[in-house]
Design a protein around this ligand. Structure first.
Ligand SMILES: [Zn+2]
Length: 399
């Protein structure tokens, strides 16, 4: 379940609230809905009719009869629409089609260059999304919304990137405008790590209220789940750990223009640069991972060392946020045992026992899918919110 709702919903009485109640996936009869909501039979009847005409509720078998015709059960229909979830990295993008539960029904991996600018990258994304719709026998009209994660700071309210260090040409670009002209529904944009946190939380840790997701790849960043919800901060940059001063950052130059940032010493490219300066033949982050997996001790020690430096910054986060789970993802988490050994060594050593007693520090379990699932989850939470559902039913009724 990825729609972040619970029976009881928002406590309102509209059709959107009734749907909210049904998002737990449990089929119910009209009589059960009447007793659950306390609403009049005629009111529940009208709400159910409206939701059925929008295909959001569908018949789902029959309940046991107490004499006479058995009452029909109704269930939320996750196939009432599809969502396009996109996770854009520096060199790769994953485009997925999901149902309204956030279940992936198709996906395409793309090789991209984020530095080629928003038009080229987003056109590739649109092309892949259309291919997915075609092969899933869906039309653009079936798209309930589009969610996209970008590897840089995004002002969530406007969906525009703000001075993203590794994304030349993207500053203040109208990403929602570009995508909504080619695909349907609302387009929501967020930082990629926020969406990975949302996706990992929805998929693997739905009952964990305090979770920190840390991505270690070309960049370093964190997404914060607090009180069961994504915490974005005032402008959307909460968790942007890549450019905090690393304790041993020294004068290492960073892509942001500053020196000594965590990203400048512990990201994939930073480690590769250091090892190449020592004469090792390693091309990129994946090459670094491969060398470590092949038993290269210098590469492995460099990854563990980066883990320690990340751990020093995370120890501060643990003191500030008291998470119960820290999930580490991104390409370097492919060497989880070494990266996490470094992180754990410092976090457990530096934090107070109360904060670390039950703290798990683990590798991502979504195998690279957290970003697209999180992007879809963000959209689903938006379009199935009671107010949005009411608007959709209202505009359908007005036609
Ligand atoms: Zn920086």
């Amino acid at each position: 379940m990825s729609t972040d709702v619970a029976p009881g919903g928002s406590g309102g009485t509209g059709a959107g609230d009734l749907l909210h109640l049904m998002l737990d996936g449990v089929p119910r009869t009209r009589a059960e809905l009447i007793s659950l909501t306390g609403l009049a039979r005629s009111t529940v009847g009208a709400r159910v009719e409206a939701l059925m005409s929008a295909n959001l509720l569908v018949p789902s078998g029959e309940a046991a009869s107490t004499g006479g015709r058995p009452p029909a059960r109704l269930a939320f229909n996750p196939d009432a629409g599809v969502v396009v979830g996109v996770d854009v990295g520096a060199t790769h993008a994953l485009v997925a089609l999901t149902d309204l539960r956030g279940r992936v029904v198709g996906e395409r991996a793309l090789a991209i260059d984020i530095a080629s600018g928003p038009k080229a990258v987003l056109d590739d994304v649109v092309r892949a999304a259309r291919e997915l719709l075609r092969s899933g026998r869906r039309r653009v009209g079936d798209v309930s919304g589009v969610g996209i994660g970008l590897p840089g700071p995004v002002e969530h309210a406007t969906g525009r990137p703000v001075l993203p260090p590794i994304m030349p040409g993207w500053d203040t670009y109208d990403v929602p405008g570009h995508l909504s002209s080619a695909l349907r529904g609302p387009v929501l944009v967020d930082n990629d790590v926020n969406l990975m946190a949302l996706g990992e939380h929805a998929t693997v840790y739905p009952h964990v209220d305090q979770l920190l997701f840390v991505k270690v790849a070309t960049g370093i960043g964190a997404g914060i789940i607090s009180g069961g919800r994504l915490h974005r901060g005032a402008q959307g940059s909460a968790g942007d750990l890549g450019h905090v001063a690393a304790p041993h950052g020294g004068d290492a130059r960073c892509t942001c223009g500053n020196t000594g940032c965590l990203e400048a010493v512990a990201s994939g490219p930073a480690i590769v640069r250091r090892l190449r300066a020592q004469g090792l033949d390693i091309a990129d982050s994946q090459g670094l991972v491969d060398a470590s997996k092949a038993g290269d001790l210098v590469a492995t020690e460099a990854i563990r060392d980066a883990g320690r430096e990340i751990g020093r910054v995370l120890a501060t986060c643990v003191s500030l946020l008291n998470p119960s789970v820290i999930v580490v993802g991104g390409v370097l988490a492919q060497t989880a045992e070494h990266l996490l050994a470094g992180v754990r060594e410092v976090v457990y050593g530096r934090s107070l026992p109360l904060a670390t007693g039950d703290l798990q520090i683990v590798a991502s379990r979504t195998a690279g899918h957290a970003g697209v699932v999180g992007a879809a989850t963000m959209v689903i939470q938006h379009v199935l919110a009671p107010g949005q559902v009411e608007d959709r039913l209202g505009s359908a009724a007005a036609v």
